[in-house]
Design a protein around this ligand. Structure first.
Ligand code: S3P
Length: 170
């Protein structure tokens, strides 16, 4: 199986994904990193040069490809949930976990970052409206964890426990 992390920007998917992969002896895979590798361009550049639809197309292909494999922790971009095909693909071989963080924590974490093309300009306003429009998509996960008050180690421990419970139920 794969473990798939979905969630809004700034919820800790990458840091959690790396540690989770080490702990579970799986391979860490970031869809954004793969897209950067394939294009030789940063995420910002891809959005600027080719636009969001092109990025989403690449994201869809990368997800389709990695979903056919197993033993990965897949760290997805925050917007992949918008395309139902992605969720269908990711679910084939994976448990989907949604990392959540309180709004004020997300705003605080993303304050300094300039590498999120969708947040250029009025950052706080954009975070609020994107988050609101995406909440229902993040609900598609097998379970969610509110990580607002947890450090990376604790989040990974909680995930391991939850996965253990899921496996016991089977
Ligand atoms: C996006 C999130 C980003 C990246 C791109 C679009 C989104 O990934 O895929 O900037 O639509 O929410 P992170 O969630 O890792 O920041």
């Amino acid at each position: 199986m794969n473990i798939v992390l979905i969630g809004f920007m700034g919820t800790g998917k990458s840091s959690v994904g790396k540690l989770l992969a080490t702990r579970l002896n799986l391979v860490y895979f970031s869809t954004d990193n793969r897209i950067v590798e394939l294009t030789g361009k940063s995420i910002n550049e891809i959005f600027e040069l080719y636009g969001e639809p092109y990025f989403r197309e690449l994201e869809r292909k990368v997800i389709e490809d990695i979903s056919s494999k197993t033993s990965y922790v897949i760290d997805t971009g925050g917007g992949c949930v918008l395309d139902e095909k992605n969720i269908v693909n990711l679910r084939k071989n994976g448990y989907i976990i949604n990392l959540r963080v309180r709004l004020e924590v997300i705003i605080d974490r993303l304050k300094e970052y300039q590498d999120r093309p969708l947040l250029k300009g009025e950052k706080e306003k954009k975070i609020k409206s994107l988050l609101k429009s995406r909440e229902k998509y993040y609900d598609n996960a097998d379970f969610f964890i509110d990580t607002s008050n947890l450090n990376i180690e604790d989040i990974v421990t909680v995930i391991e426990k939850r996965l253990g419970q899921l496996n016991n139920k089977k």
